[in-house]
Ligand binder design. Structure first.
Ligand SMILES: [Zn+2]
Ligand SMILES: [Zn+2]
Length: 282
């Protein structure tokens, strides 16, 4: 009996560790808060659909805000909770394997270099996971949930099956765990990753998008085309992976990009789009 109580005390002590509070609890709350901070203003813009921004709309069809607003918030809440529970279960292993620490803060340039590495690594891993999600079984049972959204707006960025959400969250932690990042670097990376999620779904391809300061990022139209066409544009952030691994651009994306150079005063008049049907990749 005493042995069992001792084991239980030792088990619970793992969760009284400050590192669990900072890496597990704070990161989860920060992740939800950052996503809402980026996604809600863009969702409000999509709801208002102001005349001045219509020229930057990627698709000409109305945003289905009323249909997907509450389901998107509900999925975000449930998925974040399940993801946190997964982290609780994985913590006994993760506390040993992950190098994420709370020691001395590294110089700013080390943090910037690490975050640049996380962006590239996460994008590479996400590209291959996303291609796997488009194989028939995974598409039908998991990824089709995210593809219910054919006209994305920012809040739909985390509308997905819980399995996909947990897998995506796991990819985000791989880079920081590998390099042994400081917890503050992890938080900065999570904030940026949620910017990616909201920006890729915002529906507006504006030339003043701060994300365009990141070299090689092409803006929200890239992932928007994935929702519109169902196939192609599999990378999460950069477009080079689709060029490198078999030219997997969505139909019409390259023509769109040639016609809409950022910063140019090109009038992008909304075009009526045919309603595509969701299908698994053959
Ligand atoms: Zn997809
Ligand atoms: Zn998406």
């Amino acid at each position: 009996m005493e042995g069992a109580i001792g084991f239980l005390k030792g088990f619970l002590a793992m969760y009284q560790d400050e590192r669990f509070f900072l890496v597990g609890v704070c990161s989860t709350l920060l992740s939800v808060g950052a996503f809402l901070a980026f996604a809600l203003p863009w969702t409000w813009v999509a709801y208002k659909n102001p005349e001045s921004l219509r020229r930057y709309r990627v698709q000409g069809r109305d945003f289905p805000i009323k249909h997907w607003f509450w389901p998107s918030l509900g999925r975000l809440a449930i998925n974040s909770l399940l993801s946190f529970l997964g982290l609780v279960l994985a913590w006994p292993l993760m506390r040993h394997l992950s190098g994420i620490h709370m020691g001395a803060l590294p110089p700013w340039y080390v943090m910037v270099a690490q975050i640049a590495f996380f962006i590239v690594l996460d994008d590479f891993l996400y590209y291959w996971m996303h291609r796997a999600l488009h194989t028939p079984w995974l598409y039908k049972h998991v990824h089709s949930v995210h593809h219910r959204i054919t006209i994305p707006f920012a809040l739909t960025g985390n509308y997905m099956h819980a399995v996909e959400f947990v897998a995506t969250s796991t990819l985000v932690l791989i880079g920081p765990s590998l390099v042994g990042a400081h917890v503050v670097t992890l938080w900065a990376w999570i904030i940026f990753r949620q910017f990616e999620a909201a920006d890729g779904h915002c529906g507006y391809d504006v030339p003043w998008n701060p994300g365009l300061l990141v070299p090689f990022y092409k803006g929200s139209a890239y992932h928007d085309f994935h929702h519109r066409r169902f196939f192609g544009n599999y990378a999460g952030f950069f477009s080079y992976l689709d060029k490198l691994f078999g030219g997997t651009y969505s139909k019409g994306y390259e023509e769109y990009r040639r016609a809409h150079q950022h910063g140019a005063s090109v009038e992008s008049k909304p075009q009526p789009q045919p309603q595509p049907q969701p299908q698994p990749e053959p």
